[in-house]
Ligand binder design. Structure first.
Ligand SMILES: Cc1cc2nc3c(=O)[nH]c(=O)nc-3n(C[C@H](O)[C@H](O)[C@H](O)COP(=O)(O)OP(=O)(O)OC[C@H]3O[C@@H](n4cnc5c(N)ncnc54)[C@H](O)[C@@H]3O)c2cc1C
Length: 431
């Protein structure tokens, strides 16, 4: 048994790790088992306490790539960063990328991840041409929109429970090069954010905002909005260099005071207001990948991310209520992201992304006070008819999950009898 951890470094469980090194390798005879991609989920969706984790990073082979059509077939342990390294020089990018490129194709399917272009492109599953699903029975199902379509829908956003995805076929999108041009603008309140999002969605491929969650009173809801489009440019790409946080500090430096100071500087820095900006795609799409292991900053007790979706009709009232609650709690978060999702329906039975506004906040794990704060945010999300993202969650109550994802009972018909996860056992118990 070894301790498998996810990105939030909490909870930690003993699990048996079995490497899958070839896509035809038989699955172990006994469950409960679960695939572990690259552990970039924050909570327990990729954990399986006392069970088996099938680690798939060695399923890293490319099978085919057609540079004329942008169709790529690869094994499910390939990272999006590895795809980009192969296809961007030929003018193609994965059509949807989350805020880190260090996720596997299998993980991107199982959480049906979204990116800064959700308003245009929907989520990862919308660009999936098909995949192979290995079941513990020994059967392999080839799934596509017109082949085993119900298994296709159950596996997209299916939280890894329907079996092991061994290979996938993706439709990539054409881009003119490595650069993104756009602008950044400060906004002083949420009305200004909504106005910017409404103006920008038609003209910009990528839109996203950073929010100052320590601001209150007249400054409540202030932040910085950035937007951009792919462009061809002959500037020399920056040297790709990542730093690594070498150790876990015994106490987290993320405190109310440090976050207030950081936010004040971040909001007022000159780059927050630029009429014309040019970004290399890496810092624009994957800003956090420049500091590897940054999750250690939160200290030995780890941290939580709270990412919710609030339907458009409710967001204007629910968001300020949430921000006031966070500001009052003094449990500040400096990585706060606000993004307007679009209307393209997700294909997965349990996909998270849907029309509305998504807010993501990180909080150091301070035990009961943090759990109480997050539950109080859930009260607002539930009343608004929203949802919390399983990929980021380690604590939501079963009652909340079952309200957020009413199709969870339908998923049960597709769950492999030998697959399970700590997340699933937690959110499907009766209450
Ligand atoms: C810095 C950072 C930024 C992020 N930004 C975003 C964002 O903008 N948008 C977003 O949507 N997400 C975001 N995420 C979350 C991340 O994209 C998802 O959690 C993603 O699913 C992680 O992929 P992974 O390969 O690490 O899979 P893991 O976290 O290891 O596993 C995730 C799920 O996929 C299942 N799984 C993995 N491989 C397979 C397989 N081969 N077959 C079947 N099931 C499988 C696992 O069982 C598990 O249920 C971010 C995460 C980080 C750390």
């Amino acid at each position: 048994m070894s301790t498998g951890v996810s990105w939030g470094r909490w909870p930690r469980y003993d699990q048996r790790l079995i490497p899958i090194t070839n896509r035809y390798q038989p699955l172990p005879p006994a469950g409960p088992m679960l695939v572990f991609g690259n552990g970039r989920s924050y909570g327990d969706v990729c954990l399986n306490a006392e069970g088996t984790l099938l680690t798939t990073r060695s399923l890293d082979r490319f099978i085919s790539f057609d540079a004329a059509s942008g169709v790529l077939e690869c094994e499910a342990g390939v990272l999006l960063s590895e795809i980009i390294a192969l296809t961007l020089p030929r003018g193609w990018l994965p059509a949807v990328t989350p805020g880190t490129a260090l996720v596997t194709v299998g993980g991107a399917i199982a959480n049906d991840v979204h990116g800064k272009n959700h308003h245009r492109a929907g989520s990862f599953g919308n660009h999936l041409l098909g995949f192979e699903l290995r079941r513990s029975s020994g059967e392999t199902l080839r799934c596509a929109p017109d082949q085993h379509a119900d298994w296709f829908a159950a596996t997209i956003g299916g939280l890894g429970l329907t079996g092991m995805i061994s290979t996938a076929r993706l439709q990539l999108r054409r881009v003119p090069g490595e650069w993104i041009a756009g602008d950044s603008q400060r906004f002083d309140n949420l009305q200004e954010f909504f106005a910017l999002a409404a103006q920008s969605d038609a003209a910009y491929e990528y839109t996203v905002a950073w929010l100052d969650c320590t601001a209150s009173g007249g400054k409540l809801g202030r932040g910085v909005f950035i937007r951009g489009n792919h462009v061809q440019h002959d500037a020399r790409p920056p040297r790709a260099r990542s730093l690594r946080l070498p150790l876990t500090p015994p106490l987290s430096p993320v405190t109310g005071l440090s976050v207030r100071l950081f936010n004040e500087l971040y909001f007022h820095r000159p780059a927050a207001q630029q009429a014309r900006a040019l970004w290399h795609y890496q810092p624009f799409l994957f800003p956090l990948d420049r500091l590897l292991d940054w999750n250690r900053l939160y200290g030995p007790r780890g941290f939580f991310q709270y990412q919710c979706l609030l339907p458009g009709t409710e967001a204007a009232t629910a968001l300020p209520e949430m921000l006031r609650r966070v500001a009052r709690s003094r449990q500040a978060s400096f990585l706060v992201v606000l993004k307007q999702f679009g209307n393209l329906p997700s294909l997965g039975l349990l996909s998270f992304a849907r029309p509305g506004v998504t807010l993501a906040l990180d909080f150091p794990n301070r035990g009961e006070p943090t759990l109480q704060l997050l539950e109080s945010l859930d009260v607002i999300t539930r009343a608004a008819g929203g949802a919390v993202y399983p990929a980021k969650d380690a604590r939501m109550a079963a009652q909340s999950f079952q309200q957020y994802f009413p199709a969870w009972r339908q998923l049960q018909d597709y769950i492999d009898p030998k697959f399970s996860s700590s997340f699933w056992r937690r959110v499907t118990r009766s209450w």
